[in-house]
Ligand binder design. Sequence first.
Ligand SMILES: C[S@@+](CC[C@H](N)C(=O)[O-])C[C@H]1O[C@@H](n2cnc3c(N)ncnc32)[C@H](O)[C@@H]1O
Length: 421
Amino acid sequence: MASSTNTPRIVELAAQISASVNEFQKRLSDQGLPSPTFDEDGPQTFPEDMYSLRAQILDATAELNEVLTEPLMLIFKFAAISNLISLDTVCRLGILDMVPAGGKVSFADVSKKTGLPHAEARRLLRHAIAMRVLQEPEPEMAAHTNVSKFMSLPHIQAWAKFEGKDTWPACARVADAIEKWPASDDITETGFALANGGKSVFEVLQSDPQRAMRFGAGMGSIDHVPGCGDMVVKKAYDWASLGDVYIVNVGGSRGAVAMDLAKHFEKTKFLVQDGPMMIKGAEVPEELKGRVDFMEHELFAPQTVQANVYFFRMTLRNWNDKNAVNLLKAQVPALRSGTKLLIQDKCMTPPNTVPISEERVQRAIDMSLKTFFNSRDRYLDDWKALLAAADERFVLHKVVQVEGSHLSMLEVHWDVPSAQA
Ligand SMILES: C[S@@+](CC[C@H](N)C(=O)[O-])C[C@H]1O[C@@H](n2cnc3c(N)ncnc32)[C@H](O)[C@@H]1O
């Protein structure tokens, strides 16, 4: 990026960083919040109202770091194939769980407990430590950082295993899949399929419960990606403005989102539809009984339940256009004039319109969709084309994008001339 003044870019960046960091620290101090460190008890999250200031710092520091890195080393940094080795292995071998909270474990103990030769344990630990996963406060002793402490959470360890066992082999075959089927959006023609004997994600999940659980845990980690979690749903749309409504949450999994919304918006009632395996045993807490229900429903089967709103959250992004059109068409039998569809999904931003820290996350997720599903996150024009291809009566009314949310909310109205309604 060129500088607009005669000041060299790196000097300009350093000044920006200094000013923004001072402002950041002042706002933390004003709120009585701790300054970020990698200490075991260092902060793992930051206040939402500091999102854009933090993004400025992340972008400026990344640019300074990367412009000072030689091209080959920058390419190596982004290729980073080796990073997953230690991230995956420390989880698989239970090493993170061997580190006591507030204490330390010796490399010798890790070697004994894992059965690894001392030099192997040391290599693994120091590789992870170089990524701030654990620290070495004194020679050959490992202690937690705030990063390794977060990574110790069972579902984050499960994600690391999913990355190692499922994502990595699939990613390694994506370029092969692109060479073989350059124009394909078929779910059986993916990097994942090439790495799994030609089977699609869904075929593998249906035939292998252990992998289905691992996959679920991997996908669950998305809730921890800033701006992606369940918790942003209630802020992502003016749910209260809907009033007294019945909402069908199509592909609503085990109802976590519907239940959270029902708790906060007392006039709403939800029906969560999903496949039988997903909703089996799902429970509704006493206080929400009668306001949240479950129903087995095949995504592509004609919709049989009439409601005021049909809510799709992160459901369409897993499907190519042909299937996504069929999914939308399947709702038509239940739609009446004025019915709304709320589609909470990614609306891709054009390049350089959001902080690069955010852009990198969205482009990485989009690449995962390619790897597993041969689908993609859609730009606004793609969404409009998809709705038009499904039925011209789907009218995009507005797109709500709240700051800090990775997902947008597309409000679509079923618009029929009154004679046909
Ligand atoms: C990415 S998840 C969506 C998560 C959920 N909407 C949320 O907000 O957390 C996609 C959902 O679609 C469901 N699904 C996929 N294929 C389906 C099918 N053929 N019939 C019914 N549900 C299906 C999955 O079980 C899963 O719960």
